[in-house]
Design a binder for this molecule. Structure first.
Ligand code: AMP
Length: 569
């Protein structure tokens, strides 16, 4: 049984969208994708139109675009429904004065309302700013004051978190409440005209601003443009192997780039049916979703896969999961153990893939038409040149470890860091490279192998966590005078957050104080930013200029020798 599925998978390789990887690497040009999207040279575009209206205009309006599983139950929307709803919402926004280039924040859980609002915003030419609904007031304040939105779309419980934040630019807050059809969002959609609402944009016009963490400073707003559509579409075809008949599920929240590029853009540009699920993780519910919706292509993360693995293969066997034909993973290293488990649980391997918020779209992946190397991120997408480089930007030979770099200038590449050109330029300081901050090596067959981060960015449950944001909040607690935060390796979550703190005079360490500090972070920043472990120290290692040495903290934690502390006091 196991082998029959595997051989079917391999035997069917001539049916994959990408059949000859090497040939594509030498012949492929991004311009060839324009025709697929109906884009004409020099003509304006709009990615939301290419996702929705194009399919209706080409006779595919009856296809299901979206299956939504939310608290209120299951709902389905055809491409024609989505055209009408996104037009209505876009027209409502235009009537309320939203103009090209203005920012509209979407503080919403994964839902049909999110999809309709998001695509509607992009149709108006405004810049959509999706923010994960788990962020609390202090974190939201940083985002809102940085991007200065004109409008916020949110739910009534989430609205309370922003009501006290002073952001003079906000003219209106539209509240969505899934359970009540009388709410403002529904009223707007119902009463607005569904005539075409698309504003035609230059390919280089921004359409998305997404916040992500680095190891220094506050989260930065990564800017993406309409041109990215070429790559979202093509990687959806080649890496996800999407066909028009597929029913696809990307488990990422739309507050993370994966939930946008591969939750919204790639499936809709490819005209497939995509499922959105707004509920919590639970192995049985997830398998039931796959079974009931006959999911064929599934894009998820190693953390979720590990959680399913620890729930046991027997649970997987209780469900009919034979509709699945392709499983992919992203966000953190995919341990080969998970791949072995997947073969026994699903009769399918897992295809790892690599990219980041700043790259906008997939850069390196394992492809159905190539031998799969478990543990490797795979090979560059045709059209992308990836390399491992040294500190001077010189390309290193196979098997030597260095920084992973991409030759700059691909369609989905970020075009700016919002209001911080200097930070943007730092990524490109060694031309012709975009510097990823990841360590990797390439093997003799051209496969890339992830080796860690160069900086102090933490990856916890596939989410990027900036130690600086947590440290800054920790020292606002009255009992904390200094704080240093690191990622501690964890078999389930990749890394957990560990904080080292120095107590203010007069405070004594106790479990109650620890809980109070953790609650302080949870209620002000976000639950996923709460340090799992907190350790009290008499002082923190710093350079002579006072800079925190997180790598010394990491060495303490891992019991490694502490080299190069000459600069420390
Ligand atoms: P984000 O921008 O939040 O998606 O995070 C991007 C970072 O996640 C990358 O720079 C890597 O450090 C990590 N990452 C993404 N995909 C992988 C992968 N397949 N293997 C290892 N690390 C990954």
């Amino acid at each position: 049984m196991k082998n029959s599925r595997l051989s079917r998978n391999n035997a069917g390789s001539n049916k994959h969208n990408l059949v000859d990887y090497n040939n594509a690497c030498t012949t492929f040009k991004w311009e060839s994708v324009e025709k697929e999207l109906g884009w004409k040279e020099g003509s304006p575009v709009n990615i939301a139109h290419s996702c929705i209206d194009r399919h209706v205009e080409e006779g595919r309006g009856d296809r299901i675009a979206l299956i939504c599983h939310c608290e209120s139950g299951k709902k389905m929307y055809t491409y024609a429904d989505m055209r009408s709803l996104t037009n209505r919402f876009a027209n409502a926004l235009k009537t309320s004065g939203i103009k090209k280039g203005e920012r509209v924040v979407l503080l919403l859980p994964a839902s049909a309302e999110f999809f309709i609002s998001f695509l509607g915003v992009v149709k108006t030419g405004a810049i959509a700013v999706p923010i994960h609904s788990k962020y609390m007031s202090d974190a939201l304040k940083v985002f809102l004051q940085d991007c200065e939105p004109s409008l916020v779309i949110t739910t009534s419980p989430l609205c309370q978190r922003i009501s006290k934040i002073a952001v003079p630019s906000i003219r209106r807050i539209i509240v969505v409440d899934g359970r009540d059809n009388e709410n403002e969002w529904h009223r707007l959609v119902e009463t607005s005209d569904d005539c075409p609402a698309t504003e035609w944009m230059s390919r280089e016009d921004p359409m998305l601003l997404l916040y992500t963490s680095g190891s220094t400073g506050n989260p930065k707003g990564v800017v993406h443009v309409h041109e990215g559509a070429l790559q979202y579409y093509q990687t959806g075809r080649w890496v996800l192997d999407l066909k028009k008949t597929d029913i696809y599920w990307c488990t990422a929240d739309p507050g993370w780039i994966t939930g946008i590029s591969y939750g919204v853009w790639a499936p809709l540009l490819n005209g497939v049916t995509t499922m959105v699920y707004g509920g919590p993780f639970d192995a049985r519910s997830w398998y039931r979703l796959i079974e009931d919706n006959r999911i064929t292509v599934w894009y998820t993360t190693p953390t979720y896969l590990k959680m399913l693995m620890s729930a046991g293969s027997n649970i997987a066997r209780e469900y009919r999961l034979a509709s699945l034909r392709k499983i992919l993973s992203v966000g953190e290293p995919l341990n080969p153990i998970i791949n072995r488990w997947s073969l026994s649980a699903f009769n399918l391997p897992i295809y790892d893939s690599w990219w980041m918020t700043e790259t906008g779209a997939l850069m390196i992946a394992n492809f159905s038409c190539l031998p799969l190397k478990p543990g490797s991120m795979g090979k560059p997408i045709p059209g992308i040149y990836a390399a491992v480089i040294d500190d001077q930007g010189k390309e290193l030979p196979p098997l030597e470890m260095g920084q992973l770099a991409i030759k700059a200038g691909w369609p989905a590449m970020m075009r700016d860091i919002w209001r911080d050109r200097e930070k943007y330029n730092e990524y490109f300081r060694l031309p012709p490279w975009y510097l990823t901050g990841d360590l990797a090596y390439k093997d003799r067959d051209g496969y890339f192998w992830f080796q860690g981060r160069i900086d102090d960015v933490i990856k916890c449950q596939s989410e990027r966590v900036g130690p600086f944001e947590i440290e800054s909040k920790l020292v606002e607690h009255p009992a904390v005078t200094e704080a240093g935060v690191i990622g501690k390796p964890d078999p389930l979550r990749g890394e957990i957050i560990k904080a080292f703190i120095v107590l203010e005079k007069g405070y004594t360490w106790s479990n109650e104080l620890k809980q109070d500090i953790r609650d302080f972070i949870k209620t002000r920043l976000a639950p996923h930013l709460v340090p799992e472990e907190v350790q009290v120290c008499s002082s923190l290692p710093r350079t002579k200029s006072g800079k925190l040495m997180r790598r010394v903290l990491k060495s303490w934690e891992l019991g490694l020798p502490v080299h190069d502390v000459t600069a420390a006091e």
